[in-house]
Write a protein that binds this ligand. Structure first.
Ligand SMILES: Cc1cc2nc3c(=O)[nH]c(=O)nc-3n(C[C@H](O)[C@H](O)[C@H](O)COP(=O)(O)OP(=O)(O)OC[C@H]3O[C@@H](n4cnc5c(N)ncnc54)[C@H](O)[C@@H]3O)c2cc1C
Length: 466
């Protein structure tokens, strides 16, 4: 059982093969960049994030409260929102998003798959293990299905079946927090058709499994923010993604949860995406509140908060926030209960509508923030200039607006981090993480119930007299 932060750090010193900028990372808890992923986890050992879990008869993370109704789902959405608001962590929900989806899928499959899932879930939850979820494959040439790819490894697949398990090969991309996970849960990332059987699998392995390589993305914002005040967020914590390579990795049968099952694998891909997008709209509401706070304080600091176009900019930020909040809540209120597992499943339409809105309006609200701030959001002097006792009085004097130069300067460092230092990374997160815009469009178009809307129009047609 990982009872405290020290035990968590120790659990990561297990010989995992993690690479950062071409070099093997000996200890992820000590490496200057990966340690920024590790450090914020300490806060999650705080009592407020734990509860007495009736399903497992012990204290566990609140993320392991199995949602069985709207109220439970709302509570789940609220924890994600609160953790993001307090700690700016966008990922603690990931493990439970994928375990909930697997719970539903394996209950539907029943038999040995349900038994394996139940044993794995108990192991994870009662030992307080951290999970990464690897869903998105390298995908190769997007025109081709998995089995049609010129290179069969472009989707993770079974290459050998053994008495005691399977051997898998391929790579998943963009897997968040693998370097600091205790287990990597591998899920399918798309719907499958006949011929794709070898790809229709789900399983879990610990990151130190032989043949598994984690090639981390560079933490450009954290590396660039040499001065703490210039990267208050990037220097405090970061999210790390890996190219997660399975080079003939052995997976014992007890860790295989879906096997060569086109229907179950396709359903699992959609279900994980649904739980994950509800979490996304929940954490994005908290981040969007930061945009409002930043926008309003900067408008006041510049003395322009009463200008009509600035009011419009700020209301853009408000609408962006509140539409996401409304969608996340409606997705919980209008959930449905899966009969076999008893799990409450978020409403597909509200979840995807909120997520699509979030993806497609991010650049618009960044435009509003930049409009409010002015060019100094890019051109303000550096933290080192402010630390220089001869320059500080000049910086203070000429950064003065409707508030003191010091306050306005700090606000400009914060917004520069938001739009410049972290801006590139965050734009990609907002537009692609938890699924691209097209993924939500496909889901909305496919699953919307058009009956009532069509009937209303048909009634009008019937009333027409020629
Ligand atoms: C910061 C971050 C963290 C992430 N964390 C995780 C994680 O923890 N686990 C995980 O599994 N994934 C994770 N992801 C992956 C994320 O879900 C994907 O980036 C997203 O689903 C888009 O997939 P892609 O990146 O492969 O882009 P692509 O699928 O290549 O999309 C690029 C464009 O091509 C279009 N396109 C793709 N295929 C087709 C097609 N066949 N026909 C027509 N158009 C097509 C898309 O709609 C899009 O417009 C993360 C991503 C980011 C940015």
């Amino acid at each position: 059982m990982i009872k405290n932060f020290n035990a968590f750090k120790k659990s990561l010193q297990d010989g995992r093969e993690v690479y950062y900028r071409g070099k093997l990372v000996k200890d992820v808890t000590k490496h200057p960049i990966t340690k920024l992923e590790v450090a914020p986890v300490e806060a999650l050992f705080d009592e407020q994030y734990w509860f007495n879990n009736p399903d497992y008869g012990c204290r566990t993370s609140r993320f392991w409260n199995i949602p069985r109704n709207s109220a439970d789902l709302l509570e789940r959405s609220k924890i994600t929102y609160e953790i993001t608001k307090e700690l700016e962590m966008l990922w603690p929900h990931i493990g439970s998003d994928c375990m909930l989806a697997l719970r539903v899928s394996t209950n539907t499959l029943g038999g040995v798959f349900k038994e394996r899932y139940d044993a794995f879930a108990k192991h994870v939850i009662t030992n307080n293990l951290w999970l990464a979820c690897a869903q998105i494959d390298s995908k190769g040439d997007r025109r081709f299905r998995p089995a049609e790819q010129p290179d069969p490894d472009q989707y993770v697949h079974v290459v050998q079946e053994k008495k005691d398990g399977i051997v898998v090969r391929g790579a998943k991309l963009h897997t968040s927090m693998t370097a600091i996970a205790n287990e990597i849960v591998v899920c399918p990332g798309r719907a499958f058709k006949e011929g794709d059987e070898d790809y229709a699998i789900a399983f879990a392995v610990p990151p130190n499994t032989k043949g598994l390589k984690l090639i981390m993305r560079p933490g450009i914002a954290s590396e660039g923010a040499k001065h703490q005040a210039e990267g208050p967020r990037a220097n405090w914590k970061r999210m790390g993604e890996s190219m997660t390579v399975f080079d003939n990795v052995f997976v014992p049968w007890e860790r295989v949860f879906v096997y060569k099952d086109l229907k179950a694998a396709s359903g699992l891909a959609l279900l994980f995406a649904l739980f994950h997008r509800l979490s996304a709209v929940s954490y994005r509401t908290a981040l969007a509140e930061h945009f409002i706070g930043m926008g309003k304080l900067i408008a006041e600091a510049n003395g322009v908060d009463r200008a009509p176009h600035i009011a419009r900019d700020i209301t853009d930020l408000i609408v962006y926030t509140e539409i996401q909040r409304a969608c996340s809540r409606m997705a919980c209120y209008e959930c449905h209960i899966d009969k076999r597992s008893g799990v409450a499943i978020p409403n597909n339409i509200y979840t995807n509508a909120g997520k699509l809105y979030s993806n497609s309006n991010y650049m618009k609200v960044m435009n509003s923030l930049i409009d409010i701030a002015g060019g100094v959001a890019c051109t303000a002097p550096s933290g080192e200039d402010y630390a220089n006792k001869d320059l500080r009085p000049l910086v203070k004097k000429y950064m003065t607006g409707a508030v003191s130069g010091e306050e306005r300067f700090k606000l400009m460092l914060l917004i520069r981090e938001q739009i410049a230092l972290l801006g590139g990374e965050e734009a990609v997160i907002y537009i692609h993480a938890e699924g691209s815009q097209e993924a939500s469009i496909v889901e909305l178009y496919r699953s919307y119930n058009y009956t009532e809307t069509k009937e209303g129009i048909k009634k009008m047609l019937d009333r027409m007299v020629f």
